[in-house]
Ligand binder design. Structure first.
Ligand code: SF4
Length: 353
């Protein structure tokens, strides 16, 4: 891939004129850039904004994050998903406190060694916060570059992203404020003009005179993505076990999907009422009443859960579970969004907001 160096100037002019004033841009400290980039990895800007503000209120510095209590951290992350990102933030903050005197390191290589920081985030922090000529190529920027160069190779293929970053490196401006603006400008262009899932807004694009995809009329067909992994669908039955005004929670295993998160107990498969009774009896749980709850689905990146729910009123408190009341549940426990539908049923039953 070769990128025309003439894109730099119009791109920077456009960004300085039209770039949106986002909070992490207004005060682009290394810490702010880092937190925002991690949050934005799987989340739209509008959705991330309130999380970003709450997060910085709670943990305004690297030190505060390093000393964060995990439950509090995960609670603030609740709804963003991919909780390993939050855990890695804390681990990286601990490393920064221990090995870098509380300041994020100034080189891509050193940033790259911190937990949860890959090439993209390292490039973003190095360029935006430290003004280094370090490209940051994520799916968004890769889409822009594929269209700009009319590169039809599969962007999911090993090495394509690395090659795009190397090509971009060749033309990166070296003045610190330009390097920072270049990274922001490419991201911004991909988010508001050269948009995904639809026709790029070429008429509003500062690069249209230099864009090969636009010239050849293939921009909307790019980037090419060849999906390899099909999503696995799994039926699960969620057991909402009530005793008095409390509901049972358990903890997921430390490895695998949603590792270590709190959950409502669930079983693989869609249990009939008979199978449910057998399961309860295996655990010596005596139901006083059983009601069928809501059904729904939750889609992870490579997996889909088809959920069904039972609301079970128990005659005695169950062993091996943590029993929590409504208020406590909403205040102290971060439940993965996969349990959103069962949580609604619990809310209705226990009457909390
Ligand atoms: S001209 Fe169109 S396809 Fe090319 S970079 Fe701009 S918006 Fe994307």
């Amino acid at each position: 891939m070769t990128i025309d160096p003439r894109i730099v100037s119009p791109l920077l002019v456009w960004y300085r004129r039209y770039g949106r004033p986002l909070p992490w841009r207004e005060e682009a400290t290394p810490y702010h850039v880092w937190i925002s980039e991690i949050m934005l990895q799987q989340t739209r800007i509008e959705a991330a904004l309130p999380y970003y503000r709450r997060f910085l209120d709670a943990f305004p510095t690297v030190r505060a994050l390093a000393e964060a209590e995990e439950g509090h951290l995960l609670k603030l992350w609740e709804g963003l998903g991919y909780y390993s990102r939050a855990r890695n933030l804390k681990r990286a903050a601990e490393t920064v406190m221990r090995d870098h005197g509380g300041e994020l390191p100034r080189s891509v290589e050193a940033l790259r060694r911190l937990p949860g920081i890959g090439d993209y985030t390292a490039g973003a922090i190095a360029s935006i916060a430290y003004g280094l000529p370090a490209p940051a190529v994520d799916g968004n920027v890769l889409r822009v570059l594929s269209r700009l160069t009319a590169d039809e190779r599969d962007v999911l293929r090993e090495g394509v992203k690395r090659e795009a970053a190397a090509a971009l490196q060749e033309i990166y401006p070296t003045a610190p404020e330009d390097a920072a603006a270049m990274t922001e400008a490419l991201m911004e262009l991909g988010e508001v003009v050269c948009i995904p899932n639809g026709t790029p807004q070429c008429a509003a694009c500062p690069l249209r005179e230099l864009c090969e995809g636009h010239r050849r009329g293939v921009a909307a067909l790019l980037p090419t993505r060849v999906k390899k992994t099909a999503r696995v669908t799994e039926e699960r039955t969620v057991l909402l076990l009530f005793y008095g005004d409390k509901v049972a929670l358990s903890r997921r295993p430390e490895e695998g999907l949603l590792a270590g998160m709190w959950e409502f107990p669930s079983r693989t498969g869609r249990l009939t009422e008979e199978a449910l009774r057998a399961t309860l009896s295996e655990e010596a749980l005596i139901p006083e009443a059983i009601a069928v709850g809501p059904r729904g689905k939750h889609v992870f990146s490579h997996r889909e859960w088809q959920l069904s729910t039972y609301l079970v009123t128990l005659a005695a408190p169950p062993e091996g579970y943590v029993m929590v009341g409504g208020e406590e549940l909403s205040r102290d426990y971060a439940l993965p969004s996969a349990f959103r539908i069962p949580l609604e049923a619990v809310r209705e039953r226990l009457g909390f907001l």
